[in-house]
Design a binder for this molecule. Structure first.
Ligand code: NAD
Length: 484
């Protein structure tokens, strides 16, 4: 039997969740639908008292949640998964409206949140025993306390669940802080958990610019799990250092895609360009630079341009749309300024940039043909539907070009020769390399960045460990301990 919807989940009213309770505020902010630029619903801005109460409630809840058996936590997360099931359509609609994600992808993100709940409920963390010469060691993992999960706007459900689920399974209590650009689906997701998880175990706070810094300096927070820009990541590392909070920083990328000369152009090209423009180019591990072997450069460029032209651009609720609007005005202006910079410098562009005559932050997918290595479009993370394409001749050269970035999140290599692809992949200074595929982040496998793309990893079977401190017990037989 399908689980029942309850009448008290209202998708037009939004609350912070403080100590298990819905809390409004005297102050509000609201998002915009990027497809229409229309105002979305008011969301309360957490007051300093709300923030303090939430942290104290999370600290109190930690005392019993950390001692709750993992199997019991798992049962509750599965119940939570069942509770969100009747609302997946509503949650998907919120994602569609708050970030402009085309409806089919927005609903997929809601479905993903559900399946992550189930998968995470199945994660376990066992003690490990190591036999030493004179003693036995037991390695055990202790939860940290209160975790603040600070999220970006591009995957509001995906990013929140990727953080709070392993955090909770480890025995921590978690406070989710969504981006003020896209708070709606995360607020609702956490609201639905109340009544299933004990009060204070999972909370959510929406705020303005002061909320993040407040959480990262608060002595009651033990860990910051953050995804967002490199600039904010550095600020977080700095403030977390004051109380030596644990941090996981999942930051920006300038990922290179390397296309070798032996690829099947017709097959590879549409996937390569989708890797750059999926989610309107707003994917941390999306392709940000395309390097094509010189022998096939003109043909491959034409094939990616043709595929790009075939993507329907439009409002997130319109049928068949692949590329929705850019999520917010600030990001739109950044993408536009990178396009204008390319035009000012006389670089050849395929696609007209921000010319789409509609209300909303629409931007025609654009390829910049052979800009110089020091141009903005090559050196900056554009995070929008514009990508540079450059030819390469030797492996040594393309590896150097790909690694010529302060960031090192991911890359992809396309070749029919797996030896060549592996040889190139192993020399790239990045956290993940996809071979013959656009990059696809999976919570089943660890994901993290090299260099300025971050510190630590998320996901994978060891995800829970990243929310724990290690403790080693040294066992001697009573009376056997020696003084060395
Ligand atoms: P952002 O850094 O502007 O904001 C991210 C979050 O941090 C928001 O919730 C924001 O309110 C909060 N914040 C801002 N200033 C803060 C401060 N001083 N202290 C604490 N919190 C603060 O990033 P964004 O624009 O929301 O997201 C886009 C960026 O995120 C891109 O660079 C993208 O590559 C990156 N990203 C990385 C990953 C990853 O897993 N590596 C995933 C998604 C997005």
């Amino acid at each position: 039997m399908a689980p029942a919807r309850t009448t008290d989940v209202d998708f037009t009213q939004f609350y912070n969740i403080v100590n298990g309770e819905k809390r409004s505020s005297k102050e509000f902010l609201h998002g915009f639908n990027p497809s229409t630029q229309q105002d979305l619903w008011d969301v309360p801005i957490a007051s300093p008292e709300d923030i303090e109460e939430t942290i104290q409630a999370a600290k109190t809840a930690f005392k019993s949640w950390s001692k709750t058996a993992m199997d019991e936590r798992s049962v509750l997360l599965k119940k939570y998964a069942e509770a969100i099931k009747p609302y997946l359509g509503d949650l998907g609609d919120l994602v569609m409206k708050e970030i402009g994600k085309p409806v089919r992808f927005a609903h997929h993100e809601a479905q993903y949140a559900y399946s992550e709940l189930i998968k995470s409920a199945n994660l376990r963390l066992e003690d490990e025993t190591v036999q030493g010469e004179d003693r036995e060691y037991v390695l055990r993992y202790q939860p940290l306390g209160v975790v603040a999960a600070i999220c970006p706007w591009n995957y509001p459900l995906g990013q929140a669940t990727m953080k709070f689920l392993p955090g909770l399974m480890a025995g921590n209590t978690v406070i989710v802080k969504p981006s003020p650009f896209s708070p709606y689906s995360a607020l609702k997701l956490v609201e639905i958990a109340q009544g299933i998880l004990p009060p204070g175990v999972l909370s959510v706070l929406n705020g303005n610019d002061s909320l993040g810094p407040l959480l990262t300096t608060h002595p009651g927070i033990a860990k910051i799990s953050f995804a967002g820009s490199v600039a904010t990541g550095k600020k977080i590392a700095e403030s977390a250092a004051k109380t030596l909070k644990r941090v996981t920083l999942e930051l920006g990328g300038n990922d290179a895609t390397i296309v070798c000369k032996d690829v099947d152009i017709e097959k590879a090209a549409p996937q390569v360009i989708l890797g750059a423009f999926f989610n309107t180019g707003q994917v941390c591990a999306g392709t940000k630079r395309i390097y094509i072997h010189e022998d096939i450069y003109p043909q491959f460029l034409e094939a990616i341009a043709k595929a790009a032209r075939s993507f329907k651009v439009g409002a997130s609720d319109a049928e068949g749309v692949t590329i929705g609007p850019v999520q917010n005005e600030m990001q739109y202006n950044k993408v536009k300024s990178i396009f204008d910079d390319a035009k000012t410098h006389g670089y050849k562009t395929i696609g007209n940039g921000a010319v789409i005559d509609k209300k909303g932050f629409f931007f025609e997918p654009t390829i910049v043909d052979q800009p110089p290595a020091n141009s903005r479009i090559v050196t900056e993370e554009q995070f929008g539907p514009i990508v540079p394409s450059m030819p390469w001749s030797t492996e040594e050269e393309v590896i150097e070009l790909a690694n010529d970035s302060e960031m090192g999140l991911g890359a992809s290599v396309w070749s029919n020769d797996l030896e060549q692809a592996t040889r190139i992949a192993k020399q790239l200074d990045v956290g993940s390399v996809h071979i013959n595929s656009m990059e696809k982040v999976s919570i089943k496998i660890p994901f993290g960045g090299h260099k300025e793309s971050g510190i630590g990893v998320e996901g994978g079977p060891g995800a829970i460990k990243t929310y724990c401190d290690l403790q080693v017990l040294h066992y001697y037989k009573a009376g056997d301990a020696q003084v060395h």
